[in-house]
Design a protein around this ligand. Sequence first.
Ligand code: GLY
Ligand code: MN
Ligand code: MN
Length: 442
Amino acid sequence: MSEDGQTPGGLYAEHLDTLARGYAGALEAAGLEAVIIHSGTPQKRSEADDQHWPLRPVPEFQRWTPLAQPDCALVIRPGARPRLVWLRPESVWEQPPEPEWDGWQAHFDIDEVTGAEAARRYLPREGAAVIGERRTPPPWLAGQPLNPEVLVKALDDLRVTKTPYEVHCLREANRRAAVGHRRVAEAFRTGAAAEIDLHLLFLAATRQDDPETPYKNIIALGPHAATLHHVTYGRAVSGRAYESLLIDAGAAYLGYTSDVTRTYVKGSGPAADAFAELLRRVETMQQSLVAQAVPGLPYPALHERAHAAVARILSEMGILRMTAEEVVSRGLTRTFFPHGLGHSLGLQCHDVGCAEVPPTEATDWLRNTTTIAPGQVFTIEPGLYFIPARLRALREGPHAAAVDWPLVERLAEMGGIRIEDDIHVTGAPGRPVENLTRPWLP
Ligand code: GLY
Ligand code: MN
Ligand code: MN
């Protein structure tokens, strides 16, 4: 149950209806009568031992049910109730996790079995395909085509638009993440905790085990924030007192994820003061980009507007002694902002469906290349970093003389800034976007 006391019950029934309609169309286009969706196989932590990671269910499976148990199969056949073949072998070693909301069960025909032989009795023998993990195909589903491309593409496309149930789950995932963010921000402001302590604090505050978080918490003090995915946490408690913190950490609810970043600064002095000014400007830029994310605008155009805004900041703060137009035309924003503005969000932190052009270094790793439309949920996460390797290249390049190097060196002590919110495009007049993060976290 979410914090507002609501179960997603009513929304869930409507969600299943929407899915059933979408799947009927996708199956017809693929020339199939039914699809079997396997939940997944636990992945070993190491070839050398027999311990496993907790299951991350196949997203197509998780979209139908919050059940996160291995070796279950859904059978979706247009016109019939969805069927769940639930393999529950007796084990003296482990118990699988139960979903935190079980109202979903009433919507399925459920066959509980203890072995694969029995499970096979409930599966279609022909006219079906299997959706499942490619790296560990389920042996008891062998003999049916696995992940036919046409079907996978159609199912990915269905995930671009979130149902009200999914938005409800994403809102709750944001509320949960905010609890952890607030606790960590407070600990940073009032003490000198090491990165590992802040990481553990986030887990405790959000009641998540480390492998359960949607992605590895990024907790970066001082210059570590220049590493975009800093997950090798510093452990020294009595080390130097850092004045900046970048935290990029999310939470999950019924399989749906939040992806939230904040940057903080404390202390005073030339470095902290300059960084605080930079932070204020990036914050204003991020909020402005959120307001511009309206239906009809290609997301890559918003990404380019972010570059123009980064150029204005670099120019106005005197980090680069040139006009904003010159900063853009010389490609210098990419020294300081080397990643995409955002990505689709849902059952995966980097969700499928919105990336028509696969991300590469040449595309700034931009993972959302669609046109903004109602029903989409994506992140908006501009950043501005002082990355040693990029600064070295700048120093050795033709524009070195235009850089205020003493200012850059002061700011580099703070690593960098990223601010990330999760955005739901409503398309509603007067309020075309809903920021899922800000109600919980300023
Ligand atoms: N937390 C990973 C990302 O923001 O894309
Ligand atoms: Mn993100
Ligand atoms: Mn993030």
